[in-house]
Design a protein around this ligand. Structure first.
Ligand SMILES: [Zn+2]
Length: 249
């Protein structure tokens, strides 16, 4: 599957280049009616060539990714000292990540795209999120959260949770860990196995291979400043997006 995507990508790139050469060779062919021809080429044909490039060089990726912005609706998740809600930061990063992946040819499905949620209690909540991935026949389920500590113990950093069910999901976790470390915005608290660290429903009860990302501590002012900024959210989304995309291609 992964190699096939790479082959498709290079074939499409080749086709795009041929299309551009054919159109340009038309443009450069001497013609008695050169004036009309050049007008024809410079607008319509070149626009067509540009369209072909933009459309075709996006890799053809079959996998569907479910992005799950943690909490939502009446469930705000953790709350920062400045009144920031975890649910809002989770959503902002999730939407930016989804935008990055979609632009790069990945099919993305969200468990929620705003603060409206389809469930009314937290028991139903988690299973509904999982069902979204099952119904979509998704390949991966990525849940976005923030951590919090009430002990004023200086806890900060990101954590990645996996049940380690396959080498593939552990490799994706590792790629994401490297990508987040590259941003150097906080500490690396490591990849954690849910069998050792306490069960997480959307990971352990999920038929779809799943990761839960705790991207930092909302209770730490340095983490919160970065996580709550548009710049930080964009950087994290891009880093996560690149790691996921590289894993898929
Ligand atoms: Zn959370």
């Amino acid at each position: 599957m992964l190699n096939r995507n790479r082959i498709l990508f290079s074939q499409k790139l080749e086709i795009s280049l041929i299309a551009v050469l054919v159109i340009l060779s038309h443009a450069l062919t001497p013609d008695t009616d050169a004036k009309m021809m050049s007008a024809d080429v410079s607008e319509e044909n070149l626009a067509q060539a540009t369209y072909i490039i933009e459309r075709e060089i996006v890799p053809d990726i079959d996998e569907i990714i479910v992005l799950d912005a943690g909490h939502g609706g009446v469930d705000s998740g953790s709350v920062g000292e400045n009144g920031a809600y975890e649910k809002d930061i989770n959503l902002a990063i999730t939407l930016k990540l989804g935008e990055y992946l979609t632009e790069n040819g990945v099919q993305v499905i969200y468990t929620r795209e705003d603060d409206q949620v389809a469930w009314i209690d937290t028991t139903e909540d988690l299973q509904k999120r999982i069902d979204t991935g099952i119904h979509a026949s998704a390949s991966y389920f990525i849940s976005i959260h923030l951590n919090s500590s009430e002990y004023n113990d200086g806890a900060r950093g990101f954590e990645i949770y996996t049940d380690g069910r396959s080498d593939d999901i552990v490799m994706l976790a590792s790629s994401i860990q490297t990508a987040l470390n590259g941003l150097a915005y906080t500490a690396d608290r490591g990849i954690k196995n849910t069998h050792e660290m306490g069960s997480l429903y959307v990971v352990d009860q999920n038929p779809v291979a799943s990761l839960l990302l705790e991207l930092g501590f909302i209770s730490d002012s340095s983490d919160l400043t970065y996580l709550n900024s548009s710049y930080g959210q964009q950087e994290i989304a891009k880093a996560l997006g690149k790691a996921i995309l590289t894993h898929l291609i």
